[in-house]
Ligand binder design. Structure first.
Ligand code: GDP
Length: 443
């Protein structure tokens, strides 16, 4: 899970405050100190942490609160608000529009994950109905074109590059022209991340940018550098007119929080985060849902975004809004979840579904459990699968399913219990309030 440690520490600080019999200045100070410590550990800049703490304190002036006010709620709201403010650059980024050709240029240092991210970005929009294409304008690094070609082929995205042309500007222009003619509506240009001198790198970016006139320049940055992200993001912003940032390697790096807040401090909007090496390990970044998920409060819109990647909203939403959470739907979700990378990441987006089902750091076991559950469900009849609530189930059916799947009866009972629990939880989720995603927007 992204930034699990930071989120866990802050959530624990808030929970401890909830346990206190009386919320006085001391309880608030302890809570704020714990939150500050967690932020500093995540490599958030000292100045930012100091401001967060001071702002929460001034919002939550305990003496001034009217009698009867729920102080815990006020404090929790202030903490969430300040964390959001810390990550909010204060301005939105350009988002491509379907059917309207856009050119997006990727810049970043070598090793940041730029080429991988170009494909993830293209794939994200392809799933939303766009026709993306990739152009490799990195002629500096041997093997750059091969890498892009390999990634693009895997994701079934058209690509352009050359083994012989050494002028990156020429290739970029050729590629953009070609894909414009082919009516692609999202043309992504990958640039070099290294040169003998930094000045030459920035000069090349400037030339490619001048020749291709991108609608958006995205800076890709390695999140594991923590607060050092501030200087890097600032330098690229000034030299390459960066309009948005993607922070990669947010999986398993304790310094991710520092990187995110440092980028926000340069007033550059973060639009996605990379959470692994594979194509689906990519998440749209929105401050509020991100903070909500960080603190274990769930992230419905992120969850829907992920699920829609493998199950179209038009199919899923009616199934859920009707409250018909059948065993078959659970089976389909298991099937899809297996193609979606880290399960822990996904389950952390579900409000109210803590790690009992798939415990943090135990994704492999979770996957095996899902496989076992699916084997059991494979032995159910159509009628059993389509039953909303397993009223139909009786001892003889359970025994038959156990025999058919070669699993013990108690595991069949586990599956049914799990289904009951998840169905109950999903029935409480406000799916009716989720707007169906417009294919024109990022989210
Ligand atoms: P480039 O030199 O900037 O184009 O970087 P690459 O795309 O070649 O990526 C460098 C390395 O980082 C590769 O091994 C990628 O698999 C890896 N990588 C990229 N994004 C992520 C991410 O979000 N998480 C993790 N763990 N690895 C990543």
């Amino acid at each position: 899970m992204v930034l699990a440690q930071l989120g866990g520490s802050i959530a624990r600080a808030l929970a401890r405050m909830k346990d206190a019999t009386v919320v006085d200045d001391k309880v608030l100070a302890d809570c704020l100190n714990e939150i500050s410590r967690a932020l500093l550990q995540a490599d958030v800049r000292f100045e930012t942490v100091r401001d967060v703490k001071a702002n929460i304190k001034s919002i939550v002036s305990l003496d001034a609160l009217a009698a009867g006010t729920d102080k815990r709620r006020v404090i929790q709201k202030a903490v969430v608000g300040e964390l959001c403010r810390m990550l909010d650059p204060g301005k939105p980024a350009f988002t491509p529009g379907k059917g309207k050709p856009s050119v997006v240029m990727f810049v970043g240092l070598q090793g940041s994950g730029k080429t991988t991210t170009c494909t993830k970005y293209a794939d994200y929009y392809r799933r939303k109905g766009f026709s993306p294409a990739l152009v490799c304008a990195d002629t500096f690094r041997a093997g750059a074109f091969d890498q892009l070609k390999q990634n693009a082929s895997k994701a079934k995205i058209p690509f352009h590059g050359s083994y012989i042309v050494s002028d990156p500007v020429k290739i970029a222009v050729e590629g953009v022209d070609r894909f414009r003619n082919e009516k692609c509506d999202l043309i992504i240009v990958d640039t070099s991340g290294r040169h003998k001198q930094e000045a030459a790198l920035f000069e090349e970016m400037r030339q490619i940018s001048e020749a291709t006139k991108p609608d958006l320049v995205i800076f890709v940055m390695d999140g594991s550098i923590g607060q050092a992200a501030f200087d890097q993001a600032q330098a690229f912003k000034q030299s390459a007119s960066v309009g948005a940032v993607i922070v990669t390697k947010m999986d398993g790096h304790a310094k991710g929080g520092g990187a995110l807040s440092a980028v926000a401090a340069t007033r550059s909007p973060i639009i996605f985060i990379g959470t692994g090496e594979h194509i689906p390990d990519f998440e749209a970044f929105d401050v509020k849902p991100f903070v909500s998920r960080l603190l274990g409060m769930g992230d419905l819109s992120g969850l829907m975004d992920k699920i829609q990647n493998v199950m179209p909203a038009d199919e899923l939403l009616p199934k859920l809004t009707e409250g018909a959470f059948t065993l078959r739907l659970l089976y389909e979700m298991f099937q899809n979840l297996q193609n979606m990378g880290s399960l822990g990441q996904l389950f952390s987006m579900i409000p109210g579904l803590p790690a009992q089902f798939i415990e943090k750091g135990k994704e492999k076991e979770g996957q095996a459990k899902i496989k076992r559950y699916m084997t059991i469900m494979d032995s159910m009849t159509e009628k059993e699968l389509d039953n909303t609530y397993p009223k139909l189930m009786n001892e003889s059916r359970m025994k038959r399913i156990a025999r058919g799947s070669g699993r013990p009866v108690n595991e069949v009972v586990d599956v049914l219990e799990e289904h009951k629990r998840i169905a109950k939880m999903w029935s409480k989720l406000p799916f009716q309030n989720i707007k169906r995603p417009s294919t024109n927007n990022r989210d």
